[in-house]
Design a protein around this ligand. Sequence first.
Ligand code: NAP
Length: 345
Amino acid sequence: MTNRINGQWRLKSRPIGLVTENDFEYVETNLPDISEGEVLVRNIYLAFEPAMRGWLNDVKSYVPPVKIGEVMRASTVGQVIESNNPEFQPGQYVTGMMGWQEYFIDNGAPGAMGRSLNKVPEGVAPELMLSALGGTGLTAYFGMLDIGQPQKGDVVVVSGAAGATGSVAGQIAKIKGAAKVVGIAGGSEKCNWLTEELDFDAAIDYKAENVFDRLTEECPDGINIFFDNVGGQILDDALLNMAMNGRIVLCGGISSYNATELPPGPKNYMQLVIRRCTMQGFILIDYFHRATEAVAELADWVANGELKHAEDIQQGIENTPKTFLRLFEGKNKGKQLLRIAEPPF
Ligand SMILES: NC(=O)c1ccc[n+]([C@@H]2O[C@H](COP(=O)([O-])OP(=O)(O)OC[C@H]3O[C@@H](n4cnc5c(N)ncnc54)[C@H](OP(=O)(O)O)[C@@H]3O)[C@@H](O)[C@H]2O)c1
């Protein structure tokens, strides 16, 4: 037995409505010695995504719910500090679904969501593997390119545009030749960031402006691609502004993740018929087998400055549930991360 204590955040109760800090509890356990073939990782960054709210509900979904008493599932990046596995050397940065905890012991078997540990390539900042070069970048990449299929000259609208996925999705559309990319986000500061730093052509502050009117103004010939992270009223406003043969990419619907009663479906869905549009959802896990091709292209764009990435980094494992709540409070700009340790170990 090592003398190491593993601080963990576990699910204490299933949230009803808005998730709260009290739905989790902090527990310290003794860390066992690693066995043959195992690797001990010290987590450095925890990553947060709105979908984690869905994993707390006891319902059938694309992954099983997190069990009461279980360490909260999350993607993280860390450093190998002990290894009984020739594949991994101490000092190697790795990423995986290692959860809300300080240490993780990996035995090489595929973990939550079918993923096992991946090495962070030499020279890549570890936190990038959780943002532009990780699940966030891959979601934006496959959602925009495979489902949205941008064509040169398209008008593209992205909701949740100042968040992790939205900020990357909008930039990818621009890189692929969209004539105009419009972001929808909460607050003037986020909107200015989109237009001044990320090269979005326009931004709509859904908290202060009429989204339907502004979409009509910004997209007079209609929207060719609507990349939706939000759902609800914003989806309905976009439906009424779609161009003929437009594509709606259903990436997520954060506006209802904490709802106790689901809103009625999009009332303007008949526009899909009238304007011959498609509306298609997707889940990133179906694209994991193509991750290498996406990461190579995303890494090139990051390296040549075409794709700007942003990480919102909070500090301290004690702030884990609080950091998760930032997503639903709209406090994050870019990828929400939490730094819980400082190498060297
Ligand atoms: N399909 C997939 O495989 C997949 C994979 C990853 C993520 N997703 C989805 O992609 C979306 C974005 O995820 P992310 O990780 O990039 O998170 P994120 O956008 O970085 O963070 C969430 C953002 O959503 C906005 N928001 C919160 N409550 C809202 C509400 N009621 N109405 C409108 N906007 C609200 C906030 O920005 P504002 O300040 O602008 O309100 C907040 O910053 C989520 O819906 C997520 O579930 C899907």
